[in-house]
Design a protein around this ligand. Structure first.
Ligand code: BG6
Ligand code: MG
Length: 216
């Protein structure tokens, strides 16, 4: 029986990738190299410091650990300036409706995100109250594809992993769900998210019947 749904944030509930992109691109340009939208695809679902490492490798630039921390902070301040302008109109289609249908069914809801800005983003979107547990980048030590973020979510909700369904747009996130013994719905392209139980375009394509089809 499905008792809980665990949601990734970036790319599932809101499209923050465009703001990450602008902020990383500005950082790259300041260091004298370009960063393309295609490059940005490689950063989806990846932690902030790992994203920076990928960016630096694209520019063929080496930095000390101390410089890296400064660069990551600078990027995040820039990213935050965009995030703080967001409002509920940026919630991806069907999100609220699906969360509300879960509430009606008595299915629990948690967030499982790599982002350290997750609380800020949920507040800006006015979605915080939907989540019984919020596990984000400030609460985990191991990044996806490690299942830690989702296992902590299940624990906080007091359900077992096989009663959980994860919603994820990144391959690493789907691997994390599977590693945690959970079912997984991919959000995006079936060509990329091959390991998910099934893939939909977005939460506007989800409903309770489809969710229940996952119960084993
Ligand atoms: C993930 C995003 O959700 O969070 C990544 O998909 C991002 O692109 C990561 O790098 C960390 O986010 P933040 O907000 O802590 O820099
Ligand atoms: Mg994501």
């Amino acid at each position: 029986k499905i008792k809980a749904c665990l949601f990734d944030l970036d790319g599932v509930i809101v499209d923050t990738a465009k703001y990450h992109y602008i902020a990383w691109k500005e950082l790259a340009n300041q260091m004298g190299f370009d960063f393309t939208l295609e490059d940005n695809e490689r950063l989806k679902g990846v932690s902030r410091m790992t994203s920076l490492d990928i960016l630096l490798s694209i520019g063929n630039v080496e930095k000390s650990e101390e410089e890296k921390l400064e660069l990551a902070t600078k990027k995040n301040e820039n990213y935050l300036s965009y995030i703080l302008k967001m409002g509920p109109e940026e919630i991806l289609p069907g999100t609220k409706e699906f969360l509300e249908s879960l509430n009606k069914e008595g299915i629990k809801i948690a967030l499982g995100s790599a982002s350290k800005n997750a609380m800020t983003i949920l507040d800006r979107l006015e979605l915080t109250s939907y989540f019984e547990a919020i596990i984000d980048g400030t609460k985990v030590s191991k990044a996806k594809p490690d299942p830690e973020v989702f296992l902590k979510g299940a624990e906080a909700l007091n359900v077992s992993p096989d009663e959980c369904v994860v919603f994820e747009d990144a391959e690493a996130g789907i691997e994390a769900a599977i590693a945690g013994g959970m079912k997984c719905v991919g959000i995006g392209s079936p060509d990329i998210l091959k390991k998910a139980n099934f893939v939909v375009d977005g939460l506007h394509k989800m409903n309770i019947t489809m969710l229940k089809s996952l119960s084993s």
